[in-house]
Design a protein around this ligand. Sequence first.
Ligand code: UD1
Ligand code: UDP
Length: 360
Amino acid sequence: MRICSVVGARPQFVKAFPVSRRLRANHEEVLIHTGQHYDESLSGVFFEELDIPEPEYNLGVGSADHAPQTAEMMRLIDEVIEAESPDAVLVYGDTNSTLAAALVAAKREPILAHVEAGLRSGKWSMPEEVNRVLTDHCSDLLLTPGENAAENLRDGGIRGDVVVTGDVMYDAVLAVRDRVLDGDAPLPVPGLRPDAYALATVHRASNTDDPDRLAGILDGLTGVDIPVVLPLHPRTENALREHGLYDRAAAKVRLVDPVGYVEFLQLLANASKVATDSGGVQKEAFYLDTPCVTLRDETEWVETVEAGWNVLVGSDPDRISRALFDRSELPPKPELYGGGNAADLTVSAIETRLADAPDD
Ligand code: UD1
Ligand code: UDP
């Protein structure tokens, strides 16, 4: 079979890494990079570190507001799909790149397969929620990381086939785990001691675009007596400068540039806690045994909260500090999001879908 995979933003390079490897073993893959993320630290580093094949197409769309960015992606993806005539289009997660490819595929011949289908925050003001709901409705094959996500789809008037595969990000973590846990490798940020610092990431629009929330998060991160390292997403750096918060942030937390995937997981695995509004990092924290403090009021990854390894604290400084400070023993970890073979199950599900049924 011939598959066009569409990626564009940092977490999608990580998700595509195990699937692309598995796909290319037996099938033809055409990798399309929309160019939504283009900085070396948000894009190039993942391709180099993870040995992801050079994309056959880089559309170079870059940054813009939602509508012009999505529209330009659609225009260019459509040209590629017409030229390549794939059997299936494969999309990941919930970014504008995901939605653009989904809308294009829905109006052309190939089937659409969505990895990380069925996730819901229940918050329609979140751009990712719009992207994931619409993508799920366009999809012929919905590949979910767990039963909860599949249940969301069964209740939601979806027409495609739902298959629980587990989380491809778990496959990715397992593929680099030896490099991450290599005790001889120094931590990528100098001066840190294992288990004596907290890691933080912030980039969600609801946090960066609201100066009060961003200030609350900064105050919360510094209410602890250990260093806090914050690899700074460019959206957050821009927001800190725009809201006049940059110097306050730099005085309180250790701001560093975004780091590569293996380096980030090293920082995560060795941190005493992580505070984050990232989707991917909540799961990676769980896989690497680091308790997570989520800087949001809700999460799509509810299983990590139910398991006792993740706590939702929003942007309230006291709740953030208290959660970072808390050293209570955590419950034994259940297996969430599959067994680390999600890429295999993803490719098998596409094979079966293409063999079984013509597109409707
Ligand atoms: C996007 C996704 C979000 C995902 C995140 C992963 C959407 C709507 N949002 O958010 O779901 O969690 O990626 O990191 O698709 N910028 C750079 N260099 C780059 C890319 C972006 O400086 O290489 C700056 C630009 O100023 C840009 C801003 O970051 O305007 C935001 O980038 P964008 O891709 O629009 O959204 P993210 O916040 O990265
Ligand atoms: N990540 C990274 N370097 C960093 C911060 C994050 O490699 O400095 C990785 C992280 O390990 C995860 C992915 O980027 O695999 C998460 O991306 P992000 O938080 O930007 O997006 P989200 O998951 O929220 O969509």
